[in-house]
Design a protein. Sequence first.
Length: 280
Amino acid sequence: MRVLSLAHLTLLDVSPPELVDAAAQAGFDAVSIRLGRGAQPTDPDWPMLGDTPMRRDTRQRLAETGLQVLEVEGVSILPGRSVADLKRLGALLESAQVLGARFLTVASFDTELAHAAEELATLCALTAPYAVQPVVEFLARSGVSRLDQAATLVAQPGCERAGILMDMLHLFRTGGSVTDVEGDAVERVALIQLCDAPRERPTAETEQRAESRNRRLPGEGELPLKEVLSRLPADVPISVESPAARLQGLPAPERARLAYAAARRVLDSCIQVCQHVDSA
């Protein structure tokens, strides 16, 4: 059975305990959680590192609802720096273990494959005792900006434990297409982030950056989501990462419900398409 998770970015204004409650009410199986501040200065900085009251509350609500933590964010590989020296890495991994997280998101901003692979291998070794798997997300304006580059990175020696995080928006905004989802890359995709968007990429860089924080719900845009999903194993977990500005102002449980319903329609439609192809 495919795990369907609610990504924290979809409800970024909501604390982790509230996120768990909203996801459970909507029907999700899991959540993703940001452990600390996000990429933007205005992002909330939730006190989730260490034995804090909020982390204890989150863990209690996970136990009460039966939800799991699919992924936690995240670690960056930077040029000339070692991930082993990151000040908060130990606390992040400890919290990931306490919450039972399955994946740790990783972004590489190093264009040198050898150094990026060395750092990813270090992460693979460091995360193993915590039972969390690093997943590399390819992003525009980063050192690993395409699916094929992510596949090359995780194929390097020492990186066997790592997987690929495929964000549907980034797949198409970094020049990718449906036909790129094949071969070794497919085998290493461990996690999908699902959203939708117009087919055409915004032209201005400011608009491109803004788009990552204002996406469409699955099925409400023009990305060929079903075609991509049909090329991936049916058991790869999905995290619905669809922060939609038009939904701001609605209560968190209602936003979560709409995100779940939209993702479910796309997945059910994909199943029908796959069954038709198999029977043809």
